[in-house]
Design a protein around this ligand. Structure first.
Ligand SMILES: Cc1cc2nc3c(=O)[nH]c(=O)nc-3n(C[C@H](O)[C@H](O)[C@H](O)COP(=O)(O)OP(=O)(O)OC[C@H]3O[C@@H](n4cnc5c(N)ncnc54)[C@H](O)[C@@H]3O)c2cc1C
Length: 301
């Protein structure tokens, strides 16, 4: 359970006081506002606030004086048109603010997405919790033979047990030494900002992360993709479920045109055209590199 009883009661209290508003609300998102969606072994994602819904996208696209929505099918057609033709600014009219608890090595990948506002828990000010990400056995994998950035087969038996033991022991030892070194009440020691430097990258941190729907879709396209590292993908998948509750029409358009769609280069398109005309195209005659050829075929497997 990633939340302490105190944290849970703060959330319950926030949820116990509904407020009336003239602003549009997304019923699917209201149902889970503030609650923690668990990710990995100690992490979570919580929606703290949001602005707009599907109608806000149409409202901005139509530069409307009022709500700006028409019939559901009309709005859906518009949103799908905008997505299909990369008309992205109406999606920037929706914003979401998340509270995320995540291992530091995941945070390092996440923070590369610059088009967001971030405020992180201060380990100069506070003592970090004894919480480390330890992969579940099915995610303990060897280095991939074909992808230098990826994983291969799952480790088994004694090898898996030994790796898990090392991960746990190193985390525990580093944290014990952190507490030994640190300045705390009645204990003269190293400043928190220095004592943290020996902690491993699987320790958890937390931040508030605010972004707009256009940039969130960009994040999800990269991080919910099968090529992304499993640990950040786990967060992207949960955020995807949240977005589906928030802006269901935009989510369907994004799933169809981006997440589940594919982009072809001009040479790939030329190969596809030749194939559709009934020509048997070989790798040598395709004009594609071996890797491009492999990736092209993987799209249709
Ligand atoms: C599978 C995968 C592997 C990766 N491997 C590596 C790696 O080995 N090493 C590594 O360093 N990174 C790696 N990255 C990170 C990657 O290069 C990007 O930094 C990260 O995905 C953020 O993407 P972004 O810049 O498009 O996002 P954002 O920072 O959110 O930017 C969104 C868009 O805004 C525009 N933009 C933002 N800032 C600028 C700017 N300063 N100048 C111009 N345009 C800007 C760009 O169009 C950009 O696409 C990897 C990412 C993925 C998904």
């Amino acid at each position: 359970m990633p939340l302490s009883p105190d944290q849970q009661s703060e959330i319950d209290e926030a949820r116990a006081k509904p407020r009336e508003t003239l602003r549009c609300v997304a019923p699917g998102l209201e149902a889970a506002l503030y609650t923690a969606h668990p990710v990995l072994d100690h992490g979570f994602v919580r929606v703290i606030d949001y602005m707009g819904d599907d109608s806000a996208i149409c409202q901005a696209a139509r530069v409307s004086y009022g709500r700006g929505t028409k019939s559901v099918s009309n709005d859906e057609g518009l949103i799908r048109y905008l997505m299909r033709h990369w008309h992205s600014t109406p999606f920037e009219m929706c914003e979401i603010k998340l509270h995320v608890k995540l291992p530091i090595f995941v945070a390092r990948q996440w923070i590369r997405h610059r088009t967001a506002n971030v405020n992180e828990y201060s380990a100069r000010y506070s003592i970090l919790d004894r919480e480390f990400y330890i992969p579940a056995p099915e995610h303990l994998a060897a280095q991939s033979d074909i992808n230098r950035q990826g994983r291969g087969t799952t480790l088994e038996g004694e090898t898996a047990a030994r790796v898990l033991e090392i991960l746990k022991a190193d985390s525990a030892r580093a944290y014990d030494n952190y507490l030994t070194m640190i300045s705390d009440e009645g204990q003269q020691g190293l400043a928190r900002e220095l004592a943290r430097m020996n902690l491993p990258a699987n320790i958890y941190t937390q931040w508030y992360w605010k972004t707009d729907l256009h940039n969130l879709f960009h994040f999800l396209r990269l991080r919910a993709d099968a090529h992304a590292q499993y640990e950040i993908r786990a967060y992207a998948d949960v955020i995807g479920q949240i977005v589906a509750q928030w802006v269901p029409i935009a989510w369907r358009a994004f799933s169809d045109y981006r997440l589940g769609g594919a982009q072809l280069s001009a040479p790939e398109l030329a190969v596809l055209r030749r194939m559709l005309k009934g020509e048997s195209v070989s790798e040598e005659g395709s004009g594609l590199s071996a890797r491009e050829w492999r990736e092209f075929h993987a799209l249709f497997d």
